[in-house]
Design a protein around this ligand. Structure first.
Ligand SMILES: O=P(O)(O)OC(CO)CO
Ligand SMILES: [Mg+2]
Length: 340
C-alpha cells in the first residue's frame, strides 16, 4: 500500500486531520520508544497522560470527563434538595411539574460548563432555559444538551429514579452522553465509538430476539388530552397482548434508556419526549450495542420528539408495528407554534 494511502487510513481511524496529525508528530520525541511506526507512536501519544496529545488528538475528552464531574456534582445537589421541602410549579400542563431545584441545577451545570468552555464557540440547550423562551435549535456548533432533573415528578414524590442528563453534539452528531441516576448513585456514560459504561463497568444491551420474552418500557407523558391518552394506552394494550413479559416505566426517559443499554429491558419508546430527555441516553444505548430509530422505523431525529430505543432491530420493528402515532410539535419549531 502506498505510504500516502497508509497515512490517510490511520488519520481516518483516529479521526485526525492532517494538520492535527502533523502537530502531534512534533511531540513524538516526548514518548519513549514511540519511534517505530505511525500507529505505535499515535497510540502511545493518545494513551499518555500528556494533555497536549490529548487535546490535539482527542479534543472532546476533556469535555467528556468534565461532564461526568458536573453530572455527579449536580446529582449531589438534587439529593440534598430532596431532603428539604419542595415547592412545585407547573409548565405546559397541570401535571408538567418544575421546581426551584430544576432551575438551580440547570444554572449550576450551564454555569460550570461556560466557565470551562465559554469562549463563545459552544451552545447550550437546557430544559429550563428553553421553557423560559431560549431557542432550541441544534446547529453544527459544539452543543451541550442538558436535562438538569429528568424525572421531576419522581423527585417531587420521592420516587427513587431521578437523573441528570448531559449530552454533547458537534456537527449535529452526538459525541457523548452522561446520565447520572443520582438517587441510585449510578453513573452511566458513553462516548461515540468507545462503548457504554455504568460506574466504569462496560454495559451491553440484552440479546433477546423473541418479543414474547421481552420487557418493554413506555411512558404516558404530561399531555392528558383524551386523543393522546387513548392512543398511548391502545398501543400499550396491543403490546401487552403480543404478549410481552411485561411493561414498565421508571418515570425518567434518561434512566429508561440506560435500562435498555444495560440489558434490563429490551426497548423503550415514547412520542412527546424532548431532546434533553433522550440525547445522552441515545449515545449510551448505541454504544451498548442497541439502536435508536424513529417510532415509524425511519431514521432517528433528535428534535422530532419521537424515539424508539431497542436492543436489536427484530424487537424494535415488532414494537413499531403496534405503535399508534399522533402528532407533536417539534422541539425546534418556531416559538409560538401551536400545539397539535
Ligand atoms: O422530568 P422531566 O425532565 O420533565 O422529563 C420527563 C419527560 O416527560 C421524564 O423523562
Ligand atoms: Mg426530562
Amino acid at each position: 500500500m502506498p505510504e500516502r494511502e497508509k497515512k490517510k487510513r490511520k488519520n481516518k481511524l483516529l479521526n485526525l486531520s492532517n494538520k492535527e496529525l502533523k502537530a502531534l508528530q512534533k511531540t513524538v520525541h516526548c514518548y519513549p520508544g514511540a519511534t517505530d511506526s505511525w500507529s505505535v507512536f499515535l497510540h502511545k501519544a493518545l494513551l499518555s497522560k500528556d494533555p497536549r496529545a490529548h487535546t490535539m488528538a482527542d479534543p472532546w475528552q476533556t469535555a467528556y470527563d468534565f461532564a461526568v464531574q458536573v453530572a455527579r456534582a449536580a446529582g449531589a445537589v438534587i439529593r440534598k434538595a430532596g431532603e428539604e421541602e419542595i415547592k412545585i410549579q407547573t409548565k405546559s400542563s397541570a401535571v408538567d411539574l418544575v421546581t426551584k431545584t430544576d432551575e438551580r441545577v440547570e444554572k449550576i451545570i450551564i454555569g460550570s460548563l461556560k466557565e470551562q468552555f465559554g469562549d463563545g464557540t459552544h451552545c447550550f440547550i437546557g430544559e429550563e432555559s428553553v421553557s423560559k423562551g431560549e431557542a432550541c435549535i441544534l446547529t453544527d456548533k459544539p452543543t451541550w444538551i442538558i436535562d438538569p432533573v429528568d424525572g421531576t415528578t419522581n423527585f417531587v414524590h420521592g420516587f427513587p429514579f431521578v437523573a441528570v442528563s448531559i449530552a454533547f453534539a458537534v456537527n449535529k452528531q452526538l459525541e457523548f452522553g452522561v446520565v447520572y441516576s443520582c438517587l441510585e448513585d449510578k453513573m452511566y456514560k458513553a462516548r461515540r465509538g468507545q462503548g457504554a459504561f455504568c460506574d466504569d463497568e462496560q454495559i451491553q444491551v440484552s440479546d433477546v430476539k423473541d418479543i414474547n420474552k421481552s420487557i418493554i418500557i413506555s411512558e404516558h407523558g404530561t399531555d392528558r388530552s383524551i386523543e393522546k391518552v387513548t392512543k398511548i394506552f391502545s398501543t400499550m394494550q396491543k403490546i401487552l397482548r403480543i404478549p410481552v413479559h411485561g411493561l414498565r416505566g421508571s418515570g425518567t426517559a434518561a434512566t429508561n434508556m440506560c435500562l435498555v443499554a444495560s440489558g434490563a429491558v429490551e426497548a423503550f419508546f415514547e412520542i412527546g419526549i424532548h431532546c434533553w430527555d433522550i440525547a445522552a441516553g441515545a449515545v449510551i444505548v448505541q454504544e451498548a450495542g442497541g439502536l435508536i430509530l424513529d417510532v415509524d422505523g425511519g431514521p432517528f431525529d433528535l428534535m422530532s420528539r419521537r424515539m424508539m430505543s431497542a436492543n436489536n432491530d427484530v424487537i424494535a420493528r415488532r414494537i413499531i408495528k403496534e405503535i399508534e402515532l399522533f402528532p407533536v410539535v417539534r422541539d425546534d419549531a418556531p416559538v409560538g407554534t401551536s400545539q397539535v
